[in-house]
Design a protein around this ligand. Structure first.
Ligand code: GLC
Ligand code: GLC
Length: 811
């Protein structure tokens, strides 16, 4: 069942009922100021850090689920309602929500009044702009009232939800003209305040929540709105809110627009005040002036659209498959940019107060946005690398505001260092900018201890070879990619963190996954060494990679598939010999991606085993059979009920590894089959089962052992976005940035006839036509660049900033 449709021309998803199976959200903001907004106008807004600079309150896991947001109540002669349906839930004659790139527009209509509520964050602007268009669609004049509503968070979202003994006495506001200022703690150490304005004179206002709602009412029935009369309350302690009251008289057919701005101001210490306890409003007024008219709003929307067009234009496909087109051209790269902006901080499944930026996650996210914003990818690589230690190990997370490693989580995830090589190599392949390797980067954020980024890559590589276990495979440490396979944890304490507790200082447990990752990224490291004239280092690295390949085949293969690991006792995990957890997806994907066992047939066997044992109609599950009980020697993976999360859920993050692995073997039909099983646009028709947004990936879909097989959770902020983007754009459609140029090597369903890709690469635009007259899956028979034959399937960068025609024939 569907709850909306894609509008590809406008790059929007159009939701036609407020009663989606779960709140379907969108993100506003591209730089410093951000908002999350659902299809019923729920959500919140923050400046830079969702924990420390939260402007508006949001109660996670609320009842009803998505209550709290930017609400505009329409009072019409005793009746009142909200255009997004929530929170009043009054029946609407018409409802529509359009989620576009960086903006959301919600329209509701009732009794001859239509209200369209548009929200976006203009480029270079630290505020949400809301434009309300109220229209009289009936045949008689109407006098209505509009009440806005935003509830202020007292800045630190964590403290705001816990420290009531203090916080219920600190709230302060000022109201001047049509602007409500939220200034809690500004009197002391904060130099920032929030403001909420509207571009016309007020007929009243409220800033005290209880006065607005009434002690025993919820947001569905505020007393002020029900009475149609603002109380002009001024908050003092308790819970400050912002509500403007506006009387509108509309002739039949008339529409009026109102522009609200909800923004953030920082003042220098010496400029904080206008007079005693009167805040300096000048910068706020300057911001408000920028959005006084509809023309200003329209111009900012056009700038925003141009921004997104620019980002998306780097890779565009034209194929006969609308679903493929909209995933590749719009929604997947959009989600990749959101993961760049948010990392794992704020979504409807991440509370904005939890995790910092993951070393592993951030490097992988980079694969999905490096072509869109190479300069910012560069900066991110350097930030991440600075949290590494001299021995190559790394803080598993770092804090975005301080850019320092997170001590609470610490180090010891032994796959982490390798992802830095992957991320850096992706950046160099995309841009050709090798100068990044010469940048001086700290160890452990210590400016007095620095080395070149190249040296960081060297210690990353060596961290693996310096930490091998009894079989010569890499030691796993606290965990590898699978955060929940905790082989040294042995936790018996309720609530103890599986990731940060190591009750056993083991140097026995080994990871076949890290071995595969080493062989996968190692050649890029060796190549980088050669690019720097370090031939001896490169040769040595190549020998170590070859050793690891052999060791993986000798000790990491179980007959029909790759093993997962050896545990603390040296026992196999992910083996036929196990009762549960006999086969895992991760080593099958990464080892075959690395080319291990391609010659000897192990790779083929591995892929066959995945298909036979892990595949389902909704995607490939992480392992089988699921763990039915808690295993002390395995950790968190065995804490989840079967079919959820790492315990045999469909982890959408590593399904693309199997897609890529299948393309290594030339299985284009199978690769695309897996792609379309989990790509959200293909799941639109089963939205009632899938539940999360049909325009973005979720981290996990419940596996076949779960009660709710096919149901997704944790949408938006997941490495799934980047890896699926790599799988489809590079492995399947075959446009691969490489050190020497743009490589074209598709691996597609044999029945495809042709498709065209426009790819901007190192400043040139390549229009690449791929023809498949002989209906093969893989293999480039000929390639021409601007009419001239090219011997290989790598296009050397032309570097003239022009448009170049490439024709590729498969065969
Ligand atoms: C989550 C984590 C990621 C981890 C994965 C598997 O997506 O963010 O770092 O690799 O789970 O445990
Ligand atoms: C990953 C896993 C999750 C685990 C978390 C711990 O996100 O998916 O299950 O709790 O890592 O960091």
């Amino acid at each position: 069942m569907k709850f909306g449709t894609f509008d590809d021309n406008r790059k929007e998803y159009v939701i036609n009922t407020p009663k989606t199976p779960y709140p379907w959200i969108n993100y506003l903001g591209n730089e410093q100021f951000f908002g999350l907004i659902s299809n019923t106008a729920g959500g919140y807004t923050f400046y830079r850090d969702a924990r420390l600079r939260r402007l508006t309150r949001y109660r996670y896991n609320n009842i009803p689920l998505d209550t709290g947001g930017r609400y505009y109540y329409l009072y019409d002669n005793g009746d009142f309602w909200t255009p997004g349906w929530m929170p009043v839930k009054r029946d609407l004659d018409f409802y529509e929500c359009r989620h576009g790139l960086g903006y959301t527009s919600i329209t509701g209509e009732r009794n001859g009044i239509s209200v369209t509520q548009l929200a976006f964050v203009p480029m270079g602007y630290n505020a949400e702009v809301h434009r309300l268009v109220v229209k009289n669609t009936g045949s008689v004049e109407k006098s209505v009232k509009l009440f806005s509503f935003a509830e202020f968070c007292l800045w630190n979202a964590q403290d705001d939800m816990t420290n009531f003994q203090r916080n219920l006495s600190t709230g302060e506001v000022e109201v001047k003209d049509s602007v409500i200022y939220h200034k809690t703690e500004y009197r002391e150490r904060r130099n920032h305040y929030a403001f909420y304005s509207v571009n016309r004179p007020l007929d009243g206002f409220d800033t005290d929540r209880e006065s607005f709602l009434g002690m025993y009412n919820g947001l569905d029935a505020p007393q002020v709105v029900a009475n149609g009369e603002a109380s002009n309350s001024v908050a003092s302690g308790w819970s400050p809110i912002g509500s403007h009251a506006l009387n509108l008289t509309l002739a039949p057919g008339e529409e009026q627009s109102l522009i609200f701005v909800l923004g953030y101001i920082e003042n220098e210490e010496e400029d904080k005040w206008e007079a005693l306890n009167v805040i300096n409003k000048k910068p706020a007024l300057a911001m408000i002036e920028q959005f006084a008219t509809d023309e200003q709003v329209d111009a900012a929307l056009a700038t925003l659209a141009a921004h997104w067009d620019g980002l998306l234009s780097k890779y565009q496909i034209q194929s006969g498959d609308d679903k493929l087109n909209r995933m590749v051209n719009i929604w997947n790269p959009y989600q990749c940019m959101v993961t760049f902006n948010m990392s794992r901080s704020a979504s409807y499944f991440e509370s904005g107060i939890g995790r910092g930026m993951g070393f592993r996650d951030s490097n992988q996210d980079l694969l999905g946005f490096v072509h869109q914003i190479p300069e910012r990818a560069r900066e991110r690589i350097l930030d991440i690398a600075a949290t590494q230690f001299e021995d190559g190990s790394a803080y598993h997370q770092y804090q975005p505001l301080t850019k320092k490693g997170n001590n609470e989580v610490g180090t010891g995830f032994n796959d982490d260092p390798l992802w830095l090589i992957l991320g850096t190599a992706a950046y160099i392949k995309e841009t050709g900018d090798v100068s990044i390797l010469d940048e001086q980067v700290s160890f452990d954020s210590n400016p007095d201890n620095t080395a070149t980024l190249f040296q960081h890559l060297k210690v990353s590589f060596e961290h693996v070879t310096n930490n091998l276990g009894p079989h010569g495979l890499p030691l796993i440490g606290r965990a590898d990619w699978n955060d929940c396979l905790n082989l040294n944890c042995f936790s018996k304490e309720p609530g103890e963190s599986f990731q940060t507790t190591a009750n056993i200082e083991g140097r026995v447990a080994e990871s076949v996954f890290i071995a595969g990752l080493f062989v996968f990224v190692g050649p890029d490291y060796a190549r980088i060494c050669r690019m720097r004239g370090q031939d001896a280092l490169a040769t040595d690295a190549e020998a170590k990679i070859e050793d690891m390949r052999q060791t993986t085949l000798t000790h990491g293969f179980d007959g029909d598939w790759f093993l997962r690991a050896y545990d603390h006792y040296g026992e196999k995990i992910g083996s036929k010999e196990n009762e549960e957890g006999q086969i895992f997806i991760e080593p099958q994907g990464i080892c075959v991606m690395a080319g291990i066992g391609v010659e000897g047939g192990q790779a083929e066997k591995s892929m066959t085993s995945v298909q036979e044992r892990l595949d389902t109609k909704y995607g490939i599950v992480l392992q089988q059979p699921p763990y039915s009980k808690y295993y002390l020697n395995l950790g968190e993976i065995s804490t989840y009920p079967p079919g959820y999360k790492e315990n045999a859920g469909i982890f959408c993050h590593n399904n693309p590894w199997i897609m890529i692995a299948e393309t290594v073997l030339g299985h284009g039909d199978r690769a695309f089959e897996i792609y379309s099983k989990i790509a959200p646009a293909y799941l639109e028709d089963i939205s009632d089962l899938h539940r999360t947004e049909p325009y973005v990936y979720s981290q996990m879909i419940a596996g076949k052992d779960a009660v709710r097989h096919g149901e997704a959770k944790n949408s938006w902020l997941t490495g799934t976005a980047a890896w699926n983007y790599v799988a489809i754009t590079q492995a399947i459609l075959g446009i691969q940035p490489d050190f020497d140029g743009l490589k074209v090597d598709p691996c597609i369903p044999a029945e495809w006839d042709s498709f065209e890709i426009t790819r901007v690469f190192r400043g040139d635009t390549y229009v690449i036509q791929i023809k498949n007259p002989n209906h093969v899956s893989k293999g480039v028979a000929s390639l021409t660049l601007d009419g001239a034959a090219v011997e290989s399937n790598i296009i050397a960068p032309v570097l003239d900033g022009g448009v170049h025609q490439v024709v590729v024939e498969l065969g």
